[in-house]
Design a protein around this ligand. Structure first.
Ligand SMILES: C[S@@+](CC[C@H](N)C(=O)[O-])C[C@H]1O[C@@H](n2cnc3c(N)ncnc32)[C@H](O)[C@@H]1O
Length: 262
């Protein structure tokens, strides 16, 4: 199934998110031989890190074009990963098949949140470790989504806001409701630095497939400059200047859970 995730240059953003994938895989304590599932793997950051730790890894994503990038990276690194096209709401994996299940800014985008949590729990073997990195509701990317929402198509009817997964109470309910035992949550942040404000805006636009996909329409409507100005204002408001660079801080929650042993 094709989505707008690959309409822009998401792989460039994926490169900037590697540190979060590393924290996630570290927190999941992936050890040689562990069966690991990376939900919404994108270009494969966490899956490849788990494979480098000799996990037996499956990476699932909706977007074939991003999976193709992941496949190429795996070939270059000579790391075996089983890449599967599929939806977090209907994972193409058997029941109880994984010792560790991770998702880095991924499962949070499933439109049926309770359904995706149930699928995550179904994939877990008894005692499995779950670690998720989820943007927090007050962080930069949710703020960007809100600022740009007047320019973009509405989310699917009934879809909850993705950053609910970055709210400790709500994510605890989602995971607990699926039969997992919620563990600790930890506030984390990534910092993205840019030469200047305009470079930050250009990067955010070219890596956001949902924005790139709407550009022809917005240009035809004469609203593209307004979108750029809106984003520039947000970068000015939220960015900080450091050593001649503009730094955007992306807050996220590292969420853990376990599948009960019996
Ligand atoms: C922000 S990217 C994160 C990708 C990757 N985990 C990373 O760390 O770079 C979000 C990913 O979620 C995928 N995605 C969105 N909704 C999905 C769904 N319902 N099922 C599976 N993948 C989904 C997109 O295709 C995209 O690859």
């Amino acid at each position: 199934m094709a989505t707008t995730w690959a309409a822009g240059e998401y792989p460039l953003m994926g490169q900037r998110l590697k540190a979060a994938a590393q924290r996630t895989v570290d927190r999941a304590r992936v050890a040689p031989g562990d069966r690991v599932l990376d939900i919404a793997t994108g270009t494969g950051n966490a899956a490849l890190m788990a494979a480098a730790r000799e996990g037996v890894v499956v990476g699932v994503d909706l977007e074939p074009a991003l999976l193709e990038v992941a496949r190429q990276r795996a070939a270059e690194l000579d790391l075996p990963v089983d890449w599967r096209e599929g939806d977090a709401g209907a994972l193409p994996v058997p029941d109880g098949a994984f010792d560790a299940v991770v998702s880095v800014f991924g499962i949070m985008y499933a439109s049926d949140q309770a359904g995706a949590a149930a699928e995550l729990a179904r994939a877990c073997a008894p005692g499995a470790r779950v670690v998720l990195a989820n943007w927090t509701p007050d962080g930069f990317l949710p703020a960007m989504g809100a600022a740009l929402s007047p320019f973009l198509p509405p989310p699917p009817l009934g879809a909850g806001s993705p950053s609910r997964w970055g709210d400790p109470a709500v994510v605890g309910e989602l995971l607990g409701g699926a039969g997992l035992t919620p563990g600790d949550v930890q506030a984390e942040a990534l910092e993205l630095d840019f030469e200047d404000r305009l470079s930050a805006v250009a990067f955010l636009v070219r890596t956001a497939g949902n924005v790139v996909a709407e550009r022809p329409r917005l240009e035809a409507e004469g609203r593209w400059p307004q979108l750029l100005a809106t984003l520039a204002a947000l970068v000015t408001e939220r960015g900080t200047a450091r050593d001649g660079a503009v730094v955007l801080r992306l807050d996220y929650l590292l969420v853990t859970a376990t599948k009960p042993s019996s």
